[in-house]
Write a protein that binds this ligand. Structure first.
Ligand code: PLP
Length: 385
């Protein structure tokens, strides 16, 4: 590609934001705090596995950060989602509403339970589940029976609704929660991407019955692999903790288990890293928001490129910055040019309803998801040193 090509000014601008790097990844972790100290401390303590002080401290920090009453550490965000759906009461043969544009883990976790994900459209303004499409789907298909809602066409119970706060932009969670309440559908928020994002000063993941987070290597803060469940419901928190620790009945030496449990607890070694990262969450987010405002100013001056920003009342962590280009052709041209010039950019996930495993699943009118999928590009979003 030549310097005179269409997107070279954008590519140059991004390179200028991340100087002295021959390759600019989408999102690199930054270990610039107490990471080494805490990890070495965990090793020296010999508590590297699922019991240890850092796991407990991590849970306390997650409670403080999110304002949720309870937090339960898990091995990763997918396990957190799986567990959240279990404690929300999802069973085999149920339907669970989510969005067509999401990362595969959302739909996979639903599928692990033998439930079927139903894919609805996203909101053009925040890229999360559209409250209007949820309402329309339930009006058309829902049938209330005592304290539950069934799909009157399939006869299946609609056991949960899982909106996802895409790229860290809070979705319209209050409206979604009101609809779920009205239909007696438990609300599980996939907040994997939105640690540090708020909707009307309420942390994402804390409006629904349960919320889940991820600490994977590409997320805002990472501990290699890790996840968390947050809730304000004590019984739910206790059950989640119990089931993620092999459902072992506490006893000094006896092995008694009262449920099918899971080995889903975050190891102390990872929790040590997580604690050090969480200490830096607010400075990381300030840094990321400053990057987003630079991008916003720059892209405001470029025709045919929309830089997506938080909605009024929302505070986004700007986990991954999002561009919407004018067409799929423009998107493909930009993807090719940036990636071949050392600037990593990525398209949206393939829509869930198009994947072979979900060929027979129900999906709604997904015209916004389709429009966005064709035009979306994520651009480098790491914390700048
Ligand atoms: C990252 C992510 C997850 C899963 O997290 P892991 O920790 O990688 O298992 C789930 N949902 C969404 C939307 C994600 O982006």
């Amino acid at each position: 590609m030549t310097q005179s090509s269409k997107y070279s000014n954008i590519i140059d601008y991004i390179k200028g934001l991340f100087p002295n790097q021959s390759f600019i990844p989408l999102h690199e972790p930054r270990f610039v705090g107490n990471e080494r100290k805490y990890v070495i401390d965990a090793i020296d303590s010999t508590y590297v596995s699922s019991v240890g002080a850092y796991v407990n401290r991590f849970e306390e920090m997650m409670q403080e950060i999110t304002g949720a009453k309870y937090a339960v550490a898990t091995v990763n965000g997918t396990a957190a989602l799986h567990m959240a759906l279990i404690v929300a009461g999802v069973n085999q043969g149920d339907e669970v509403i989510s969005q067509d544009l999401t990362f595969i883990a959302t739909a996979n976790a639903i599928s692990y339970l033998g439930a079927s994900p139903v894919f609805l459209d996203i909101d053009r303004n925040n890229l999360g589940l559209s409250a209007a499409s949820l309402e329309a789907f339930l009006q058309e298909n829902g049938k209330k029976e005592s304290n539950a809602t069934f799909n009157r066409k399939t006869g299946k119970r609609i056991a949960a609704c899982v909106p996802m706060h895409s790229f860290g932009f809070p979705c319209d969670i209050d409206k979604i929660a009101a609809i779920c309440d009205e239909w007696h559908i438990p609300l599980v928020e996939d907040a994997a991407e939105s640690l540090g994002s708020y909707h009307d000063s309420k942390h994402t993941g804390t409006t629904g019955l349960v919320g889940t987070f991820s600490f994977n290597g590409n997320k805002t803060v990472t501990c290699g692999g890790g996840g968390a469940i947050v809730t304000n419901n004590e019984a739910i928190a206790k059950l989640a903790k119990h089931l993620t620790t092999q459902a072992k009945v506490p006893h000094a030496w006896e092995f008694n288990h009262d449920h099918i449990g899971y080995n889903y607890r975050m190891p102390n070694l990872n929790a040590a890293l997580a604690c050090a990262q969480l200490e830096q969450l607010s400075t990381f987010i300030e840094n990321k928001r400053e990057l987003a405002s630079k991008y916003k100013l720059f892209f405001d001056g470029i025709e045919g490129v929309e830089f997506v920003t938080e909605e009024p009342g929302a505070k986004a962590n700007y986990w991954l910055n999002v561009l919407l280009l004018e067409s799929k052709e423009e998107r493909d041209a930009f993807l090719t040019e940036a990636n071949s010039n050392g600037v990593m950019v990525r398209p949206a996930w393939t829509l869930m309803h198009k994947l072979p495993m979900f060929q027979n699943n129900i999906y709604g009118d997904v015209s916004v998801s389709t429009w966005v999928e064709e035009r979306l590009v994520n651009i480098p979003s790491s914390v700048r040193l």
